[in-house]
Design a protein. Sequence first.
Length: 352
Amino acid sequence: MLKKSTVAIAIITMFSAGSVSAAILDGDSQGDHVSLYGEVGVGGHFGTNADYNHDEFWDTKGYVDDSLASMGVEGQRQQFTYRLELDYQRRNWLGGDGELELAIDKMYIGYLLTDQQWVEFGLTDTAFDDYDHFGDLTFNKAVETGEAGDQEQTVKYQAKFENLVFGTSYSYDGEHESGAQQGDIINGYVGWMSDVVSVVVGVETRGGSNGISKYGEQKQVGAGLRVNVMPDLTLGLNGFLEEEDLATRKSSDAKTYLDYQTFTNKGLTFSAKYDLGEHWEIISSVNHEEYEGWDLIGPNYDYTKLAPKYGKERRWASLGFNYRPARDIVLSLEGRVGEAPEAAYAFARMYF
């Protein structure tokens, strides 16, 4: 993501575009349009647990704020599309500092090949990122798939027909959210959507950083399933399996990462959502995660770290609700039990 002075320029550009386009947001009969959108969210994580914190939070304490804001402009002119989105969110990942950061989240030009197929070029989501949590029905998401997410220098192709969806993307010199190099990233997905059963399978691979960072090569497969068993009850299943090469030591001058070893990681979420009328949803989940780097007796365990209290795997469950007083407002509360990284999560979001 682009930051600092680049973001300042983008802010001026976006608000100028917004003021100019405010009068023409309705578009025309040919499909040309300009739209301003965004969201504001206030809330965070309660009772974050140091014993079970893998990479969720920069700190473990009674409350970790996760408030955010997002604003974007998207539009279409003939067959060309574009999008510019700014995010204001906290650096809450492990190794971050918990401070708010303003960054360009998306900045791309697209082209509509047909009514069902399109391509995008620039800073955008990698293809699998659109469906990596497809079977996870919780508001805050549970088991993290760990796919590449937003990447600069990305080319993405997607298609959506009556039931079939698929897409693929290539990102040159990809980066971790921390800024560490990960090498070229290729991923894709294919899925089938219907009123009763919908399923998506995705894969991802990266080339690695060649000693520049701790991230080496990686291969991952993920899948999501949704089943509407009744008009008001939906069941979901989401999981992933990953083999990731990580450096286990550095050179004597601490400038080059060495001795990459393969770590196998896996996770699974089973969730259910029940609609209580027009405004209320009850959502529950059970979750399992297993990372080889947590295994004290594994060949690649880092003995400079304390052994995780939960061992090589952790399991937890959640129960929560969403209240939607209006179409563009969501109030969410979720409690967790077991080997969970937090005790509860509460959030209020408004979309426009």
